[in-house]
Design a protein around this ligand. Structure first.
Ligand code: SAM
Length: 443
């Protein structure tokens, strides 16, 4: 968008740039196109622009794909954006309170924007919070914030921000932008960064909650030694295992060492692949077409020979009436990374459905609650020859998700799930879809 067009459009709207909304409009068209090109949005691919303003980036994104959402807080711009970009969805609201769960039904979403600087780091945390619907980000930030995101250990810029975002996202500083390409000219330079999901093998899995708490404690007083900040009894032993001096400060540990420290502190190895598939010893009751027990067989044989057996699915509902879904870990032998019921599992030989439901709720979510059976499914090809009982439990969380089994989880509204299941059934484990179709009206 040219400077003259920006001035004319603002005049037409009777508006002036608002400092409190971080309004600095980009007037270099080549750079606008370059920024959008970094997103690599494919035709038809879903995207979200945070703070479109007068559409400097939007026109280039729309040329790539019309499956876009514009999220703008300034009420003076909304009608204009709707007229200018009728094919896009324009959401009028504060990006900080926007519900990212709304995006799952569109599939993984590319998120970009020249962010309003007064909230840029909060916005990053908001849209990267687990589970995130983002496929990746291209963002213009204050240069100083971008440098903190990409910082190396033992530098001043390296800190909790670097690590908390960096555990899941590979951040690259793509380009420094001079302040003069915006109007009004901001006081600081900017930088464009990209965030792409880290590869599975790059950083071992760990307990995300514990990682966050250790990192925050570690950096609470940067100048102090780490052992004073985090107060871990076995620190001397952990420091030796990490290969760092006992006197190390938080900034001396790399991302890999912070993850390793988290796993040492929680007693996990970080290698969850074996645990997730440690199902070799399981024995199931085999049942007939009337769900009567007729024998016992090992799990592998039951599945290979398509023998009828039993399973439970649990739907955990919170006080808002939302349903908790878990995202299966990448190490699961079936349906890795698919969304599934709150908890689910096979009935082991000699156990009842009720006992199994209580056990799975405890093992997978780390909670106890009273369980009510709200439906059942007959054994069929669609259920993998399982007779399934579906239970409902009321709980608001938080849950303790075992990282080997579950990557993340979230409550979703009934409406969000209905839309998501209809648009993208491939995102879900088939067993959940069967249960959802059977009991959705009762949840
Ligand atoms: N993308 C436009 C450009 O490059 O010219 C505008 C960028 S300007 C730096 C930031 C934009 O974010 C403005 O349009 C502003 O109104 C909008 N904005 C500010 N705070 C916001 C918030 N909390 N949620 C959504 N949009 C916001």
């Amino acid at each position: 968008m040219k400077l003259s067009t920006i001035a004319a459009t603002l005049a037409e709207l009777g508006a002036k740039p608002t400092q409190s909304l971080g309004q600095n409009f980009l007037h270099d068209q080549n750079l606008a196109k370059w920024i959008v090109d970094q997103t690599d949005i494919a035709p038809g691919e879903a995207w979200l622009e945070v703070g479109p303003g007068l559409g400097a980036l939007t026109e280039f994104a729309q040329a790539r794909s019309e499956n876009g959402v514009l999220l703008e807080k300034d009420d003076r711009l909304i009608a204009w954006l709707r007229t200018e970009f009728p094919k896009l969805e324009v959401v009028h609201g504060d990006a900080l309170t926007y519900d990212p769960r709304e995006l799952f039904s569109r599939g993984p979403v590319k998120i970009f924007g020249n962010l309003p600087y007064y909230v840029s780091s909060q916005l990053l945390f908001h849209f990267t919070a687990e589970p995130s619907p983002a496929a990746g980000f291209v963002l213009t930030l204050q240069r100083e914030v971008a440098e903190r995101l990409c910082a190396e250990p033992s530098t001043k810029a390296y800190g909790s921000f670097t690590l908390l975002i960096g555990r899941r996202w590979q951040v690259k500083l793509l380009r420094i932008l001079p302040a003069q390409i915006f109007t009004p000219v901001p006081k600081v330079d900017s930088a464009v960064v990209s965030l792409t999901p880290r590869n599975d093998d790059e950083v071992p899995e760990c307990d995300g909650g514990l990682f966050t708490s250790l990192v925050k404690r570690g950096f609470a007083q940067r100048r102090k030694m780490l052992r004073k900040n985090i107060q871990l009894e076995r620190w001397p032993e952990f420091a030796a295992a990490l290969g760092v001096p006992e006197t190390a400060r938080a900034e001396e540990l790399s991302l890999a060492q912070w993850v390793a420290l988290t796993n040492l502190a929680s007693g996990a190895t970080g290698d969850h692949s074996a645990k997730a598939q440690d199902v070799t010893g399981e024995i199931f009751d085999v049942v007939d077409e009337h769900d009567k027990v007729i024998g016992q067989r090992p799990r592998g044989e039951v599945h290979r020979e398509k023998l009828r057996h039993r399973a439970v699915h649990i739907f955990v509902i919170n006080k808002l009436g939302e349903l908790f879904l878990q995202r299966r870990s990448r190490w699961k032998d079936v349906h890795p990374r698919k969304w599934d019921s709150s908890a689910a599992g096979h009935v082991n030989a000699g156990d009842t459905y009720d006992i199994t439901a209580a056990r799975e709720l405890d093992e997978e979510l780390g909670v106890r609650a009273s369980l009510e059976c709200i439906g059942e499914l007959p054994s069929s090809e669609a259920t993998g020859w399982e007779f399934v009982k579906i239970y409902r439990a009321m709980h608001n969380g938080p849950f303790q998700l075992p990282p080997a089994e579950i990557e993340s989880g979230s409550f979703f509204t009934h409406e969000q799930l209905t839309r998501w299941v209809a648009a993208r059934p491939q995102d879900f484990a088939t067993g959940f879809l069967e249960c959802w179709r059977a009991v959705a009206p009762k949840t």
